[in-house]
Design a protein. Structure first.
Lengths: 154, 154
DNA sequence: ATAAATCCTACTCTGTTAGTAGGAATATGT
DNA sequence: ACATATTCCTACTAACAGAGTAGGATTTAT
């Protein structure tokens, strides 16, 4: 598994915030209740988003969080990268030039590098706004089987 | 991390077998020595490949393994799927119609489904032969930064 | 002052990963 | 027949990561 609940919930939080933008600062307890997730756990996740500059926060009564930018200005890759640490599909692909010592002769490395690129490419092309507006074409292509398990196209 | 050493070593084994095809059956100890991996661990991995019909095996002295088909007739997706169990990037995407109960209303599901599709698409387009022959264009596209960490294109 | 919120540190429980260990079954060469 | 080289099979273990929980300190609006 590449994306844990941490990254998934982080995205859920971002989507929830985007949907409730107008309301000023949104409290974590509201988000946790709406999304039916543990508030304590979300706390640790939203803290990463906040420190990473994705959010603005206000402490004290009536405090909470809101998006630092507009939904269209977040891509999914950056949200997941921040919370997960890496999106690399294998250990041999690591950040910034750090390489396996066999890299020069490894015949499978180009495969992993290519897979990494494919993942990065997909995720960085999609914005938070695409998710809010349900831009299925962008996310799934023209037709998505996995969305129609009963055999009917949507 | 989506692909563990299990899947990675499985691919390494397949590549090693493809490279040493002419020699009839190849023993596990030869592979382990060449690839510098624990033979005992490889044993458990190659057993999965064998039971999954990817290999032919011969017991006893001079025994070993060889590919059941030609390298061009294996795609990477099937090798990894067999050994890893799943390639799904998240828990909400599972096999054959099994779905999260919130699936119908989940706004992030299309993203995960699309990512899964992108991964599957990439991996199933590449064959074992592509790896043997070092088909970088197919694996990496026209230019690969991660292959030239010193800043020079190859 | 009180209540409602973020912020911070530390802990725990569980499952997965990455192996290791030991031996049984099978085939070959001498 | 026998020693040897191999696959095959079951079980075990140590370390790490994932998924939270717990408790309280700090800040701000009313």
């Amino acid at each position: 598994m590449m994306v844990s609940t941490k990254g998934r919930y982080a995205l859920t939080v971002m989507v929830d915030l985007a949907r409730n933008e107008g309301d000023g600062y949104v409290s974590l307890s509201d988000i946790a209740e709406r999304e039916n997730l543990s508030m304590k756990y979300l706390e640790s996740i939203i803290s990463i988003l906040n420190k990473g500059g994705m959010l603005m926060s206000l402490r004290g009564k009536n405090g909470g969080y809101k998006l630092a930018r507009e939904p269209k200005d977040y891509n999914i890759s950056e949200i997941l990268l921040l919370t997960e640490g890496t999106l690399a599909p294998v250990n041999c692909i690591m950040q910034e030039g750090v390489q396996c010592e066999k890299a020069a002769t490894c015949s499978t490395l180009p495969l992993w590098a290519g897979l990494d690129k494919a993942i990065e490419g997909y995720l960085s092309a999609i914005t938070l706004e695409d998710i809010i507006t349900g831009n299925r074409k962008k996310m799934l292509g023209d037709y998505c089987e996995s969305c129609a398990p009963d055999g009917k196209a949507e």
